[in-house]
Design a protein around this ligand. Structure first.
Ligand code: F6R
Length: 609
């Protein structure tokens, strides 16, 4: 979603830094981009440029005009208030061009603010909530007592807003960037001859040696000297930044998503690395504030997450329920009833790839507010959720750039299985069996990746000929088929329904008619007999069955296409069976010529509610 990058450069390279920063924020998803700059000795309005489309379009439109800038701010916009147009793109400038701002988040009291701004005589030139901020700031600066500073004016402006924001503002004739955050992330980075501000830490790798994370409610001025506030001492400390920027690279693959699907054997090895004992008998997930003993004594564990991460959480819920005696529930973060399910003696764990998802962040904050413990299982190191919780585990999936989550899902499931084993009361024999299967998992995923054959191609043809599809699974595969359907909808735009097999007959079976594709995931576990019945019920009504199973024999005989998977114990099967589901969605989208890595309307990092 929206991204902010700003820079003060003592060698006057601020705009190139900003354009590079914006490029590194592209993975978040956006529909327009813009930048503003102040040049040394400049007189007159702040120079700005903005455009719908990509950062590369902005670079072409800017046409070298921004070289030599001392201060610059830039923005990638994911439209909320107002359509995707040049005039709604950021930055937004005051009517006289002396102040320019970029904003992430959503301002909720826009009607009141718009009325106020118009009464003050400003003309509003966009449909955005963000533009109002710049006029309010202009008014504050120009109407306040001479003894007050621009930071005072900025603070008064911010106090008029309700909603969420990360704001960066520059003022002609000033050597500063004003920044404020509430509910949307903003980080300051310091490096050789530059101080920068960014929506996330990724663009700082290799560019800044130290970072300071702003907290909710912070309002600061950033200058070459560092961070200053109205109340000295409030400034966040700089900490050393370690890590490297990994360029978005699809290698020899046609798309990033396909590469990330193929990354899974390695990314799963990485999540397991160091978490399985050398004798291969025990596994554990460290990093939690609570000891395994304390977790066993909890009244309840809540898993909160969104989208793909939620389906991983649902699978994790099964692991924890079956392997421990702790009461466990997974929740969609946007529907989290914190007041009823949190409190002392509970632990709420946020499961998230980006660590920035606003719904998950809000759920964790609510849980914390009730006095409950919070933790996270997250991919992006130093992300807002990782810092909020301050404890938990990283997924070590490596950067995931394609919007559709693949390897992060698999690592979430693996991490949750490790967590369940960590606090498990199961017999050592049972635990050792699962650990052994986890050890074999990377190789099995590799084999599964190689096994994609004619049946996959024919299955894609069935889907291509259809206007919708139904996914069914039971037990541990019930949440997995929801993930398969989500993948299919988000990148191949095929309307899908996903149901536990047993629920079909209670309603959705009415949708099955001649030729309806039904994708059934039926590994050999305790549900296979019941899955056979569900499949037969669909087939009798004309469905075309695409079966994903590790079983030849009777169940395979009733399918139109059978995608054979690697056999494993029940616990590991979702991490293998997800591969053909990812492939079905990927190949259908690629066949349709769709933008697989950047599907319409979606963003990688969902920082609004
Ligand atoms: C689907 C997808 C989304 C995310 C969801 C949560 O492929 O990527 O459904 O899983 O937006 O994102 P994170 O995991 O970053 O919290």
């Amino acid at each position: 979603m929206c991204g902010i990058f700003g820079c003060i450069s003592s060698i006057n390279e601020a705009s190139s830094e900003v354009l590079e920063g914006l490029r590194k924020l592209e993975y978040r998803g956006y529909d327009s981009a813009g930048l503003a700059a102040i040049f040394p000795g400049q007189d007159g309005p702040i120079e700005t440029e903005r455009t719908t489309g990509y950062v590369s379009d902005l670079v072409s439109k800017a046409n070298g005009r921004f070289r030599g800038a001392r201060i610059s701010i830039g923005h990638t916009r994911w439209a909320t208030h107002g359509g995707v147009t040049d005039s709604n793109a950021h930055p937004h400038s005051s009517n006289d061009g002396s102040i320019t701002i970029v904003h992430n988040g959503i301002i909720e009291n826009t009607s009141d603010l718009k009325e106020r701004v118009e009464k003050l005589g400003y003309s509003v030139n966009s449909e955005t909530d963000s533009e109002l901020i710049v006029h309010l700031l202009h008014h504050e600066i120009n109407s306040q007592a001479a003894s007050r500073t621009v930071l005072d004016a900025f603070e008064s402006t911010v106090s008029l807003l309700s909603g969420s924001w990360a704001i960066a503002a520059i003022i002609a004739d000033m050597d500063e960037i004003l920044v404020a955050r509430r509910g949307a992330p903003l980080i300051v980075g310091r490096g050789h001859k530059r101080i920068c501000v960014s929506s996330d830490v990724q663009p700082f790798y290799g560019v800044c040696s130290e970072v300071a994370y702003l907290n909710d409610g912070d309002i600061f001025s950033i200058s070459e000297a560092g961070i200053s506030s109205l109340n000295q001492g409030d400034e966040p400390p700089f900490e050393t930044l370690e890590g490297t920027w990994e360029e978005e690279d699809k290698g020899n693959f046609q798309h990033l998503m396909l590469k990330e699907i193929h990354d899974q054997p390695i990314s799963v090895s990485n999540v397991l690395g160091g978490r399985i004992s050398s004798d291969g008998k025990r596994a554990g997930l460290q990093g939690f504030e609570l000891t395994p003993e304390e977790m066993r004594g909890l009244k309840r564990i809540n898993l909160v997450a969104c989208g793909t991460a939620f389906f991983a959480a649902q699978i994790g819920e099964t692991y924890i329920r079956e392997l421990t005696n702790v009461d466990v529930h997974s929740f969609r973060a946007s529907e989290f009833p914190a007041d009823y399910v949190c409190g002392p003696n509970t632990l709420t764990i946020g499961i998230t790839q980006s660590g920035e998802t606003k719904d998950t962040l809000d759920a964790l904050q609510q849980a914390k507010f009730t006095g409950g413990n919070i933790s996270s299982i997250c991919n992006v190191i130093g992300s807002t959720i990782a810092r909020l919780t301050g404890n938990g585990a990283y997924l070590h999936a490596g950067p995931e750039y394609a919007v559709a989550s693949t390897k992060a899902f698999t690592n979430m499931v693996a991490s949750l299985l490790l967590l369940a084993l960590t606090i498990s009361d199961a017999t050592s024999v049972r635990k050792a069996r699962i650990v052994q299967e986890l050890r074999e998992l990377p190789n099995k995923i590799s084999a599964q990746l190689l096994d994609m054959d004619d049946s996959l191609r024919s299955s894609v043809e069935i889907l291509e000929a259809s206007k919708s599809a139904v996914f069914i699974g039971r037990g541990i595969s019930a949440p997995l088929v929801k993930e398969g359907a989500l993948k299919m909808m988000e990148i191949a735009y095929l309307p899908c329904l996903a149901y536990p097999g047993g629920e079909l007959k209670h309603g959705p079976i009415a949708l099955i008619e001649d030729g309806t594709p039904v994708i059934a995931v039926a590994p050999k576990d305790e549900t296979i007999g019941l899955m056979e019945s569900s499949i037969r019920e669909c087939r009798t009504r004309g469905a075309k069955i695409i079966l994903i199973t590790d079983q030849e024999g009777p169940i395979a005989d009733i399918a139109d296409e059978v995608i054979i998977t690697q056999s494993s114990g029940r616990e590991c099967s979702p991490m293998i069976n997800v591969v053909p589901l990812q492939f079905l969605a990927y190949h259908l989208a690629a066949e349709k010529g769709l933008n697989v890595d950047r599907p319409r309307n979606l963003a990688k990092s969902v920082t609004v509610v």
